[in-house]
Design a protein. Structure first.
Length: 435
């Protein structure tokens, strides 16, 4: 995790201190359940909780033990025994390391998902506010980067609102899928531990028992989780790229907020660069980087191997930390985005009325001209305008083939911008519901 792109709230989930605290809770809850079943003395379970809950686990001490035993869970249990005393012999009864590691990892992922869901709410709120602010702000729509037909800036933002709404639904589902607990012992048969222990620990940790584990929780759950984060990252990049294009000097319909005292270039004092959205594009790449390793983690050997372990120690914190930072940054960019309606109006007129070519084409066909002939006639008048020679409406009025079907007044009516925005309210109701 790079501090530059890390928020403390998310980083704390992945700290060694938090991890060992979760490990302790798993072991202590399991001891409680074992005590209820009569497998260990109730007094032992009480002492484990009492001493462990008050303890500050010594990360350096655990690492020192691990250097000798070469096993992280055993190192932790050894340190826990130093804290708890004789009753520690009842810790980890019938359990295996994966019970602790996998359950802890899923606790961390669900906590991370909760933060990411809150982040998405911030993005959605910002998008909704700005979409309604610019619901009727007409701008040019582009296909292939080329002027196409008019739309509104509010509709642009509404498309992203709908996309991030889907992202939130997917993340909620992915969170639920990964929120499972396995306390099933070696090779997952419950031979040395009662299934009740798993149910008890799961309930205490806000998880569900894994229906069947093979000593490890199946990694298809995690593959889907990280794939979901990657899709969210791609949505972030799509919006970031849109803003970057709109901020280009030749376009300048919107730009990132440039704060007082901010400097855009070490060499050129005039520069105002889209650095935040460029950063979001880069962060999206880092998030997507986790998908292939997560997919490859699915195919483990037999009932258990640890080829996934080193991968998850990296992609768990890195991916969630980067996405958390990116979503927060994106929300801020949207909230402060500077929009230039006058520049949008100017850009609408750059092509001398060519953006209305489809309306003319349709009007000619409705008046009786064949579509093929109408396309030829409209294009014939459009190409000179494209090359900077004349005005589209004027050329159409002078074209004898057009005049046979449409009057000047009819042609002029085809250049009305409001025609393109007549269904904006309908689309907004579909996206935002009744407001």
């Amino acid at each position: 995790m790079i501090p530059r792109y890390t928020r403390a709230e998310m980083a704390d989930i992945w700290s060694q201190e938090t991890k060992f605290r979760i490990w302790f809770e798993i072991e202590a809850y399991a001891a409680e359940a074992q005590a209820e079943l009569g497998v260990i003395p109730k007094e032992a379970a009480r002492v484990i909780w009492e001493k462990g809950s008050k303890a500050q686990f010594d990360v350096q001490r655990i690492e020192e033990i691990e250097r000798e035993v070469k096993h992280d869970v055993i190192a932790f249990l050894t340190h826990l025994a130093e804290i708890v005393g004789p009753e520690a012999r009842f810790v980890h009864q019938g359990m295996t390391s994966s019970d602790v590691l996998d359950t802890c990892f899923n606790v961390q992922l669900t906590r991370a998902a909760d933060i990411l869901l809150d982040d998405l709410d911030l993005v959605l709120a910002a998008l909704k506010k700005r979409a309604f602010e610019h619901k009727d702000t007409v701008c040019i729509g582009r296909s292939h980067g080329i002027h196409a037909e008019p739309t509104t800036f509010g509709l642009k933002l509404a498309t992203f609102y709908a996309e991030f709404s889907r992202a939130k639904e997917r993340l909620q589902f992915a969170r639920d899928q990964v929120a499972t607990c396995a306390i099933s012992g070696a090779v997952g048969t419950f031979a040395n531990i009662d299934p009740y222990v798993e149910e008890y620990v799961a309930k205490k940790l806000g998880l569900k028992p894994e229906p069947i584990s093979t000593q490890v929780i199946p990694r298809d759950r995690h593959a889907m989780f990280f794939a979901t984060l990657a899709v969210i990252a791609s949505s972030i990049e799509r919006l970031a790229v849109e803003i970057r294009h709109l901020q280009r000097t030749e376009v300048l319909e919107a730009e990132e907020y440039f704060s007082p005292g901010q400097k855009g270039s070490s060499a050129m004092p005039h520069k105002r660069n889209p650095i935040l959205t460029e950063n979001l594009t880069g962060l999206a790449r880092l998030v997507r980087m986790s998908v292939i390793p997560a997919l490859e983690n699915v195919a483990l050997w037999h009932e258990r191997d640890i080829s996934h372990s080193s991968v998850e120690r990296g992609i768990g914190p890195d991916t969630t930390v980067h996405l958390d930072f990116a979503l927060r940054r994106l929300a801020g960019v949207i909230e402060k985005l500077v929009v230039y309606p006058e520049r949008m109006k100017k850009n609408l007129n750059l092509l001398g009325g060519l953006i209305h070519s489809q309306r003319v084409l349709l009007a000619l066909t409705q008046a009786g001209m064949s579509r093929e002939e109408a396309y030829r006639v409209v294009q014939r008048n459009a190409m000179p305008v494209w090359e900077g020679k004349g005005n589209f409406l004027d050329l159409l009025k002078q074209d004898e083939d057009v005049r046979k079907y449409l009057t000047d007044a009819q042609l002029e009516s085809l250049f009305d911008l409001s025609y393109h925005t007549k269904h904006v309210d309908t689309i907004f109701k579909r996206v935002f519901g009744e407001v």
